[in-house]
Design a protein around this ligand. Structure first.
Ligand code: EPZ
Length: 429
């Protein structure tokens, strides 16, 4: 089992370039099957979730060509309806987007209940509510969702809860439906806007993405296009937190600063200097950090996908900080691992009380999910001594070249491939 080994205590200094947004790419790739032509998608992050999504689409008959590690050409024109490959579908949450895409393309879909990060129940009732409102019927049998309709007809859908996945899936099902669909209480994340922009480039008629009311007027055809994915807001935030945790000075390039505003605001509240430029931000510390409270919210609030990373940072900030995870009901599993490093954090339901300590101590820890793994890397970078992180497959799902990027910033981090009888250092994530 591969692992990461970090020797902490090195200030991160220099420049890091951010890759394409995972959560935009895993929505746009399934969306390409709605096209009547070939799509070329650029700035795709080279991460395992993308590899998995491409395998699923290829198994379903799409012709996938890797132009380079960050550019993929997809020709969906020869696809015929088939059930999705269940063994692959369980590998990630975004596989559920195939429900909306297949419904939009074939008026039916058979998709197994999705996998993904395990932090509590991950229902899809709002996705199914949207499909039903559009005229589809569904049933769930032996863990597979069968959705079908004679004709998708536009309608007014009010989401009971702000859901990224439901917003994506309803957009994909509605884009070639008949008439007007209105999604109220829609998610406003940057990756929702990126998906809408991609679909509109193909000829869709979507407006309001980025607000809580998205209107979709169905169109008959969508053409193949070339499109570049936006930079990853969460990858950028992760490097911002790592820079602060090591009290370093890092410029994060290839970002959209507006997407980082809630993260920047929190870091500035802690006393961090954040300089924003057109396509980069510089993060550095020149005074002691202040504790602060965090409440995760749908965009434009503080992103839940940055909660583990900021908590790892707060664990070495003097004073008591309160972290309220208001999106997921069980996203603190990683705190047990942080405690092995000397963090003093108590958890009660959706609240974590962080008592800052002077320094963490390196330890053997295990990543429980993607962002938890990022939090453990941040803790290891700032800790005294050596930290070994296992189950790094979670981290490989969402961070392109993280070992190389951190090494270039001065971190002492190695990816060890566990091959018997001895261990060997490999380059890689
Ligand atoms: C997406 O997950 C992201 N994943 C998650 O990022 C992210 O944490 C989440 O949005 C919130 O921003 C991808 O984009 C692939 P939701 P998703 O539907 O769509 C409830 C990462 O680290 N809900 O917005 O599954 C749900 O229980 C990953 O990159 C329902 O009740 O999240 C949760 O409390 C982890 N019914 C809230 O809504 C539904 O039908 C938000 O969930 C759907 C959701």
């Amino acid at each position: 089992m591969d692992k990461l080994v970090i020797s902490g205590g090195h200030k991160l200094k220099g420049t890091v370039s951010i890759s394409g947004a995972k959560n935009a790419a895993v929505a746009i790739l399934p969306a390409t099957i709605l096209s009547d032509g070939v799509c070329k998608i650029e700035n795709i992050p080279a991460i395992s979730d993308i590899t998995l999504m491409c395998r699923i689409l290829s198994d379903m008959g799409a012709n996938i060509k890797m132009i380079n590690k960050n550019t993929i050409e997809i020709d969906p024109t020869k696809m015929v309806f088939c059930e999705t490959p269940n063994d692959l579908m369980r590998g990630m949450r975004a596989s559920c987007y195939l429900m909306g895409a297949l419904l939009g393309k074939f008026s039916k879909a058979s998709v197994c209940l999705p996998g993904g990060c395990d932090f509590g129940t991950r229902p899809i009732d709002q996705h199914l509510k949207g499909f039903k409102a559009l005229g589809a019927d569904y049933d769930i049998n032996a863990g597979v969702i069968h959705v079908e309709c004679k004709k998708l007809v536009g309608t007014h859908i009010y989401l009971d809860v702000v859901s990224v996945g439901a917003t994506v899936n309803i957009m994909l099902a509605a884009v070639k439906s008949e008439g007007l669909t209105v999604i109220e209480n829609a998610a406003k994340e940057p990756h929702i806007v990126d998906l809408a922009n991609f679909l509109n480039c193909m000829g869709a008629d979507i407006f309001g993405a980025g607000t809580d009311v998205i209107k979709i007027r169905g169109v008959k055809k969508l053409k193949g296009v070339t499109y570049s994915i936006i930079p990853d807001q969460i990858e950028a935030g992760t490097y911002m937190a790592a820079a602060v945790a090591t009290r370093g000075d890092v410029t994060i390039e290839n970002v959209i600063p507006k997407h980082l505003e809630s993260i920047t605001a929190k870091l500035e509240e802690m006393g961090v200097n954040v300089e924003s430029f057109d396509e980069s931000v510089r993060v550095f510390c020149d005074k002691p950090l202040q504790k602060c409270n965090i409440k995760t919210m749908p965009h434009p609030g503080f992103p839940t996908d940055m909660q583990p990373q900021i908590t790892a940072l707060l664990s070495t900030v003097e004073g008591t900080s309160i972290v309220n995870e208001a999106v997921w009901d069980n996203r603190f599993r990683y705190i047990e691992e942080l405690s092995r490093m000397g963090a003093k954090i108590s958890v009660d339901g959706r609240l974590a009380v962080v008592e800052g300590v002077k320094k963490l101590t390196g330890a053997k820890v295990s990543a429980t999910d993607l962002r938890a793994g990022a939090a453990l890397i941040i803790a290891g970078l700032s800790a005294n001594g050596k930290t070994t992180i296992e189950n790094i497959n979670h981290i490989e799902r969402g961070y392109e070249n993280i070992v190389e990027k951190l090494t270039n910033l001065g971190a002492d981090i190695k990816h060890i491939s566990h091959i018997f009888p001895e261990e060997e250092e490999v380059s890689g994530i």
